[in-house]
Design a protein around this ligand. Structure first.
Ligand SMILES: C[S@@+](CC[C@H](N)C(=O)[O-])C[C@H]1O[C@@H](n2cnc3c(N)ncnc32)[C@H](O)[C@@H]1O
Length: 289
């Protein structure tokens, strides 16, 4: 008979070559099996493990050993102030993307009835975070994949956030021209399809349709930036997440499409991560002539 702590010690050794955080991964998997927090493990970890718990734990450790992401194994990931359900139909929300949420909130007044569009919502991470912080905002979150949209809707319900409308749409295809927004935010697929990182780590298990885009990763970014001006109110903002090495091209696309006040923002690892641009009424009218 082994204690819960002894099982964690053993799994930590097994996962040594699989992950940079074998101890934490093992503890998180055990917490998931036991449905207990880390304080319980610290206090009662020397309790003998039941056979059922041992089997459930080692099943998860074996999957982790094959590379499956922790978030999919435990079915959730924390993002901003929310705990979100995730599964293999959605991208696992990244802490890097909180930069985009911060920049969106900087530009959205707390007390106004503002209209926000998120394109490619996946788990709903961005739309739900903005909606929670701006309860008076009307947020529309679109997604191309039904199964991903189901996850986003579930996350809205579980987190009791009622000011997001989730809509199936191929980018702007099902956004009516009469729907005009103060801010459009998107973390679109932007990885170059031949990027070797797609064959490594968590990315191997995430939907390729959430990650990779043609034209060296720029096809979706370009589509969104080109179509955005006609869906933005005058002085409305666009915020696009992109790869750390795509900032210059994104800024150039924004300039070409009439955006001004273009600014680049870094993520928690100090890497360039998202770019903002403002639709200037004057420039848009000049372009139309
Ligand atoms: C990089 S993931 C971002 C997910 C989520 N917003 C986040 O930041 O964690 C891109 C998302 O865009 C969706 N997507 C891809 N092509 C799309 C399209 N043509 N129209 C709408 N959504 C699309 C993908 O299914 C995926 O959920």
């Amino acid at each position: 008979m082994l204690s819960y702590t002894a099982l964690i010690d053993d799994a930590t050794k097994q996962l040594y070559d699989t992950t940079e955080t074998p101890r934490i991964d093992s503890e998180v998997l055990m917490q998931h099996v036991l449905q207990k927090d880390i304080a319980w493990l610290i206090g009662y970890g020397d309790t003998f493990a039941t056979a059922d718990h041992r089997k459930a734990f080692y099943d998860l450790v074996a999957k982790r050993h094959r590379g499956q992401p922790i978030a999919y194994l435990i079915g959730r990931r924390d993002f901003w102030t929310l705990t979100l359900t995730v599964n293999e139909n959605v991208l696992i929300p990244r802490a890097d993307t909180e930069t985009l949420v911060e920049e969106a909130l900087e530009r959205l007044p707390k007390d106004g009835r503002i209209d926000v569009l998120e394109l490619g919502t996946g788990s709903g991470a961005i739309a739900l975070s903005i909606a929670k912080e701006r309860p008076l905002a009307n947020v529309i979150a679109v997604e191309y994949h039904n199964k991903a949209l189901d996850v986003a809707k579930q996350n809205g319900q579980v987190n009791n956030i009622t000011n997001v409308e989730f809509r199936l749409s191929d980018w702007f295809a099902d956004i009516d021209q009469s729907e005009q927004f103060d801010l459009i935010a998107s973390n679109p697929p932007y990885v170059e399809p031949n990027d070797p990182h797609l064959q490594q780590g968590d990315l191997r298990f995430e939907p390729i349709t959430a990650l990779a885009a043609p034209e060296n990763g720029f096809a979706d970014i370009r589509n969104i930036i080109e179509a955005a001006p006609s869906h933005l109110k005058d002085n409305g903002w666009i915020i696009i997440e992109h790869g750390f090495n795509q900032a210059e091209e994104v800024a150039e696309l924004l300039r070409k499409n009439g955006f001004s006040q273009i600014s680049l923002h870094k993520d928690i690892n100090q890497l360039p991560r998202c770019t903002c641009g403002k639709k200037s009424a004057v420039i848009q009218k000049a372009i139309k002539r």
